[in-house]
Write a protein that binds this ligand. Sequence first.
Ligand code: PEP
Length: 257
Amino acid sequence: TAKRKPLIAGNWKLHNNHLEAIALVQKMAFALNDADFDAAEVVVLPPFTALRSVQTLVDGDKLSIGYGAQDISEHEKGAYTGEISGAMLAKLGCSYVLAGHSERREYHREDDAVVNAKVKAAFANDITPILCLGEGLEVRKAGQHVEHSLTQLEGALKGVTDEQAQRLVIAYEPVWAIGTGEVATPEDAQEVCAALRVRLGELYSPETSRATRILYGGSVKSDNVAAILGKSDVDGALVGGASLKAEEFVKLARFRE
Ligand code: PEP
């Protein structure tokens, strides 16, 4: 079976206007070479307002760097002020979109039903959802982190077909490790990623279980990425803070060295 290609995705959050985005993507693209893109898929997730500029840059210079959005509306169109649809993102060439990031769940009250609708909206527009899930500190302390993550997985995948699930990306992000500098151990990451993969096999098929890429996210940096990605069920990283500096993100994308 073909090995899953590692994915390194940079979640820029609320950083970088479109001009800053162009400068940052150019720096990254200049530093990365063909061997890097053979070894791993490298993706940035800028704010909506920078997507058109990033598209123009990537298309114009035929860059190998991929891009996507941080959120997607669960609705196709209509009276939903402020929302951005999957069709709009597809038109901007987005390959990926985050769904269910812990900051959306916390500050925008997105529950599993909303996340499920967003995952489906992404698939309907041929955009790969990066489904984010993971437990908070209380749940971790209670030893319920695996169950919690599996429940979020099942909630987010209701009605998603096997064919779709094979294109899905999952990001296990323990909330206590996001933006805190508190990184999970490689064993912590492996434990939950492995459990998610087993559940995918039960919900879908052995092929889906083998094909789906499962990332770890939470204070990943160039000096801890190799150990975490060395685990057999961890197929990449979703990176926040460390994705905002070109040099650091490029180092991270070269995690094998
Ligand atoms: C994230 O927001 O997905 C994330 C992992 O952030 P950080 O790397 O800053 O912890």
